[in-house]
Design a protein around this ligand. Sequence first.
Ligand code: HEM
Length: 401
Amino acid sequence: MFDIKTPSGQMPTIFSVRDEALHKSFKRPVAGAYSLSSLKELEPMNDACSKIFTQKMDGFVGKDIDLGVWVHWYAWDTISSITFSNRLGFMEQEKDINNIIAAIEGRLFYNSIVGQVPSLHRFLFGNRFVAWLADFIPSVAILNSSKYIVAFTAKQLERYQSKEVNTSDLQDMLARFKRFKDGELVMSDSELLSHASGNIFAGSDTTAASMRSIFYNLCRNGNAHRKLLDEIDEADKKGELSDPVTFAEAQNLKYLQAVIKEALRMHPAVGLLLERVVPAGGAELGGVWLSEGTIVGMNPWVAARDKATYGEDAYQFRPERWLEAGEERLKVMERNFMAFGAGTRTCLGRNVSLMEMSKLVPQVLRRFEFELTEPEKELRMYDYWFVQQKGLVCTVKRRHE
Ligand code: HEM
């Protein structure tokens, strides 16, 4: 159900593959492309996106905008730029290009329900007739959009391979995935397709939800907001921030990093169980014996609100907790921080998303402030595997004339 169809047939992805050895063989050739050292070369593509975002905000001063939609478009333009050197233009065109955001949301809705009762799949879109029939009803077809998402990525790849974009000197992620070994390409086209579609599937909604959490929590917590602005202004005054802010400089902004971490703790992008299968021989977990093959899981939202780990104020947004904790406490907090998952399946794109957030937030807050337009209204939340927020409507204000 979570595998993808490629021209060479149905194949598992790095997300769906269950066999640990196969998972390792999927991960090995691409892991380097996600490393901190590779990110430096991706920064200019990220900068181009944060520049467009900032220019757009400039035009919105004094107006109300849906900031949640704008960070989603930023995340999309950035991930498409750094994956295939092709910014799709969500921000420039101010729309959901090819309805890809809606398509992903539709499929997640289906997967999050059927994923809990997989036996239903063969009566629904796993049944060829039902799938064929669904294509005639747009509101149902959107729930069966994995084909569409893969075709969307395949089109980007085709464009890339045909050198419609000049790929010779590009250091995007695809260029890194395509490395040669002993004169042979390390990966087949189908594997490339699988990894590229994984990037856009895993790297857009997640980063958007996390950035919504950052801006929303800053709007709701004046003290933290003020402290962050002071840190940015202070660093600016000392000449410690370039324009645009580099990832390295943003990492030195300790309060900013605590704000990001706390926003991800308050709102992990994944809101269902991160499942694992008990290995051969069974295992004892928390005093309970589980036989092999049992599916167990943890919801990052539950782990994030554990008072034994984060203290009595675990339900509060308080970035200081990451700066005040002693060495031992910090270790426990880090171990329970599951926004990016845990163990061998930990998020590969963690550094990519941290770069996207770390660069955009100070770059934007140097110039603008956001205020909730209707502070009496709460955000609406939808948990379809990713927990998406709706209704982050803000008034844009310029900070300095
Ligand atoms: C704030 C943003 C992000 C969050 C919160 C997030 C969260 C996650 C989570 C919870 C997992 C599953 C981990 C587990 O089962 O233990 C995961 C896996 C993964 N993520 Fe992310 N992710 C984010 C951004 C990204 C980005 C930007 C990319 C790509 C550039 C990406 C690529 C991946 C991949 C490839 C995996 C599968 C790793 C594996 O199985 O080896 N993610 N992510």
